[in-house]
Design a protein. Structure first.
Length: 217
């Protein structure tokens, strides 16, 4: 049975969060297509992972029998997140844009998961090639050709980390202009927001069904 690791990081819950709305659509489509599968869920806003510490970091470069008690405790916590990723057949990440970048909670999770010699820069990495779908929602538009193209640090960063460093099979779904219904200055962009949201929901359902079908075969 295939396992989906579902990560949400938006500080908003339910319909107030576009990234959660789209990850929910993905997950539901996955479960409908593959009801025998497993979903492991982490809500990084409700239950943040610890930021990487010196003990957790240095323990990753030392053999277990050389760990101090502090390193051993910190690394055991870090291993929980690494093993969840290694055991996943597919990963789904909700990554809203906050101040041009990913939420700090998602960065903390990535800092725990990225371990040189095991998940990163390792020929025998168990996560290399794992499909990961990122729902990269944003209040405005940072697409190529837009005035704020140069402020796009979500997709660029996650490409460098998930694809280039961890070797995962990365795909983005990008619902944009999510602030249009709430900001009077963006009212004329509401139809574009609605079209983007509909496209994201459709893409999430299609992608989830394709992945579930492929992994269940």
């Amino acid at each position: 049975m295939a396992t989906l690791l579902h990560i949400d990081s938006s500080v908003f819950q339910g319909p107030a969060s576009t990234s959660r709305t789209v990850t929910d659509a993905f997950r539901k489509a996955w479960e409908e297509q593959h009801p025998q599968g497993t979903v492991v869920y982490r809500d990084l806003a409700a239950d943040p992972v610890p930021h990487i510490t010196a003990d957790a970091h240095t323990a990753g470069f030392a053999p277990a029998d050389a760990h101090t008690p502090e390193q051993a405790a910190a690394f055991a916590e870090r291993l929980k997140f690494i093993e969840e990723v290694e055991q996943a057949d597919a990963i789904l990440i909700g990554a809203p844009m906050y101040n041009y970048a990913i939420p700090s909670t998602l960065k903390a999770w990535l800092d725990n998961v990225i371990l040189v010699g095991r998940t990163a820069m390792a020929e025998d990495s168990k996560i290399k090639g794992t499909p990961v779908t990122v729902i990269a929602s944003r209040g405005g538009s940072y697409a190529p050709g837009t005035p704020r193209e140069g402020f796009e640090y979500v997709q660029n960063y996650l490409e460098a980390v998930l694809r280039d460093t961890l070797g995962m099979d990365l795909d983005f779904i990008v619902p944009e202009l999510t602030m249009a219904p709430h900001n009077p200055a963006m009212s004329e962009l509401v139809p574009l927001f609605e079209a983007s949201r509909t496209k994201a929901l459709d893409s999430a359902a299609i992608k989830a069904k394709e992945l579930a079908e492929r992994l269940a075969a």
